[in-house]
Design a protein around this ligand. Structure first.
Ligand code: SF4
Length: 343
């Protein structure tokens, strides 16, 4: 298989052009064709010589994803199932907000983390996505919808920090002003809590938003929901979060999926307040989405509101996430095995 040209950031592409006996400024032209013009063929790069286009065709591929399936929710959310061209399939979700379009991308094919409330747990891990495959999710949706996407969240299938290098390189590609030019502030990484990688990310000097899938402030409960907590417990996780805040001066978003009779009562809220008191943070409450074979059910609306109000009263900023795409299994934790397995 030819190399995916989208895997390279601009500096790497310049190096490649030099190796091909070309002037490095050609890399900027190619970068623009790929990431701004979003072309699907090297032949469309009309300001390059025929000879250079031929060299590119011989050595590289543009790795254009095929849409296997596209579903649209009542609320306008769109879920894509992409053929990533090696027999595997991944899902990405497009959401429209007042401030523009946001894409939720997958970072791996399958996931090793085994969170009990997440449908992706059923997708056996097969491999990491490359940087180019991460960025291609955005490009493929932009081509299909003829839109410009302004925000990207790593909240699809996979644990982004378990695919650290490719995710960071994808962010550098997305950031580049000569290409997509998406500011790091518009990019959000969600992690189940891979503590050493949180320290590493803090040292990258990126301005991405960090979201932590917390879901409980109690080690016993959290370990039941998220096996990763048995390796890095809440105290270790909080230490890493404090380091991240000190290094970046950025507010962390804690994701908290409320499951009925599990983590949604006032004692749970009190533990959470004790844990987060004084931290530069925000709590994102997510009404848990029912998944096939899942052990958790959605908290009642009354409990969700009570939980939020109690946190706010005690000085912890908390909001309830608007559920988007739940009727097409595109909401949080619902990207799933069912579709991916069909391919
Ligand atoms: S919530 Fe995220 S990290 Fe946990 S199993 Fe699902 S995809 Fe993996």
């Amino acid at each position: 298989m030819k190399k995916n040209i989208k895997d390279y950031n601009l500096n790497e592409l310049k190096q490649i052009l030099i190796e091909l006996g070309e002037k490095p400024y050609r890399a900027e032209q190619i970068f623009k064709w790929i990431f701004i013009e979003n072309v699907t063929s090297f032949d469309d790069m009309t300001n390059l010589s025929l000879e250079l286009r031929q060299k590119l065709k011989e050595n590289f591929d543009l790795h254009i994803f095929k849409i296997i399936k596209k579903q649209e929710s009542k609320d306008g959310t769109k879920k894509y199932l992409f053929d990533v061209l090696d027999g595997n399939a991944i899902e990405s979700v497009l959401m429209e907000y007042k401030h523009g379009f946001t894409i939720c991308v997958s970072s791996q094919i399958g996931c090793k983390m085994g969170c009990k409330f997440c449908a992706s747990t059923g997708v056996k891990f097969s491999r990491n996505l490359t940087s180019g495959e991460i960025v291609e999710q955005l490009l493929a949706v932009q081509r299909d919808e003829n839109i410009k996407i302004s925000n990207l969240v790593f909240m699809g299938i996979g644990e982004p920090l378990d695919n650290y290098d490719n995710v960071i390189n994808a962010i550098h590609i997305l950031n580049n002003q000569k290409g997509i030019n998406m500011g790091a502030r518009h990019i959000s990484i969600s992690t189940s809590g891979l503590v050493p990688k949180i320290y590493k990310l803090a040292d990258e000097d990126l301005q991405c938003t960090l979201s932590i899938s917390l879901h409980s402030a109690n080690n016993e409960k959290r370990s039941q929901m998220m096996p990763v907590n048995k390796i890095y417990n809440i105290e270790q996780l909080m230490e890493a979060c404090r380091y991240y805040i000190a290094k970046t001066n950025k507010r962390i978003s804690f994701e908290y999926a409320l499951a009925k009779d599990n983590n949604d009562n006032l004692d749970d809220a009190k533990e959470l307040i004790k844990l987060l008191k004084g931290m530069l943070c925000h709590v994102n409450l997510i009404p848990i989405n029912k998944i096939e074979n899942g052990n958790y059910t959605k908290s009642t609306n009354e409990n969700i509101l009570k939980f939020r109000d109690y946190l706010n009263e005690k000085g912890i900023v908390a909001t309830i996430r608007r559920e988007l795409g739940s009727d097409i299994d595109a909401a949080c934790g619902q990207l799933r095995k069912k579709e991916v397995d069909k391919c």
